[in-house]
Write a protein that binds this ligand. Structure first.
Ligand code: G4P
Length: 290
């Protein structure tokens, strides 16, 4: 019996390729790293995490950065930060698009790497750099973050031998070096719920899942979780008795997504609703609780 989401048998037609190769590549890069920044999507901190990472980074210091907080529910973000801190992790919130929180992240990187500097100092080595790598699933904002950090420091770029795939260490502050290419982690689809969350936040391509089904499940979730925001975004009344179908209908009429006969254009309304959610147009919303 497949796991159902709000009564729907949601599936993802997706088969990861080159996983072993990517894992090996990351393993070799991680060997040179002191601090790992795991970038998560603040709307789905659980689904956007890869449990494989723990084994890969071993005892290295990890910082969790919740990104896209501009689109996430601030209360939920706060709850997640508390959750990570209670688990003994350094956790921060960022909005890499606008740059909010990036400065604090740089400070956290430096603090996290201090024990490494101290260790080298004890051996008589001064100014040994702390090496940092950013990792995360596709589309979580890794490149945006790296570009933000490197923006002002591109001139300091330098090559180091022994690094494959043209990656380079870029100096981003005194004794602080960032790998200019992020580590890409594969999302895990062990649970249908995870796949659904990755699908509606734009972490995976839209051609590998049923869009109408995803929109229907999401509508039912938002009806429960964020009914006011959903109603206000489209100027519709969201009622207890509403089904996914009736909500799609209301949104279609409110937005004028109609066929020539006046009937709602289903695929158009599914598209616009999924796009609105993906880009945070319905207001800040988080799909997962700690
Ligand atoms: P990646 O390297 O991890 O794969 O992700 P990347 O930086 O390419 O970012 C993916 C998308 O997410 C980009 O949108 C980027 O602008 C957006 N993004 C990154 N950080 C934030 C953030 O803090 N807030 C918001 N709202 N968006 C963020 P894009 O170029 O428009 O791509 P797409 O989403 O249209 O595919």
């Amino acid at each position: 019996m497949p796991e159902l989401l709000e009564g729907y048998a949601f599936t993802i037609q997706w088969f990861p390729g080159h996983m072993t190769k990517a894992k090996r590549q990351m393993e070799s890069e991680l060997r040179m790293v002191d601090v790992v920044v795991e970038l998560l999507d603040a709307r789905i901190p659980r689904a956007s995490a890869n449990p494989l990472l723990k084994g890969l980074i071993g005892s290295k210091v990890k910082i969790v950065a919740l990104n896209k907080t501009d689109m996430a529910d601030p209360l939920a973000t706060k709850a997640w930060l508390t959750y990570f801190k209670e688990a003994g992790l350094k956790a921060l919130e960022v909005d890499c698009q606008k740059g909010r929180g990036v400065k604090a992240l740089l400070t956290a990187m430096r603090e996290a790497g201090q024990p490494v500097i101290d260790k080298w100092l004890k051996k008589g080595v001064r100014n040994h750099p702390i090496r940092i790598m950013i990792v995360g699933i596709p589309n979580v904002g890794k490149s945006t973050l790296i570009n933000r950090i490197l923006g002002k420091n591109k001139a300091a770029a330098q090559n180091r031998p022994g690094v494959t795939r043209n990656t380079q260490w870029v100096e981003i502050g005194k004794n602080l070096e960032l790998l200019d290419t992020p580590g890409v982690l594969w999302p895990k689809f062990e649970k249908v719920e995870t796949g659904f969350h990755l699908a509606v936040t734009g972490a995976i391509k839209e051609d590998v899942f049923d869009r109408e089904m995803a929109a229907s499940i999401l509508l039912l979730r938002l009806k429960k979780r964020y009914p006011q925001e959903l109603g206000a975004s489209y100027g519709i009344a969201v009622e207890e008795m509403d089904t996914a179908e009736s909500l799609l209908d209301k949104i279609g009429r409110a937005r004028g997504a109609l066929k020539s006969g006046g009937e709602v254009n289903r695929s158009k309304v599914v598209d616009l609703f999924l796009r609105d959610f993906k880009f945070g147009k319905l207001g800040p919303m988080t799909l997962e609780e700690p």
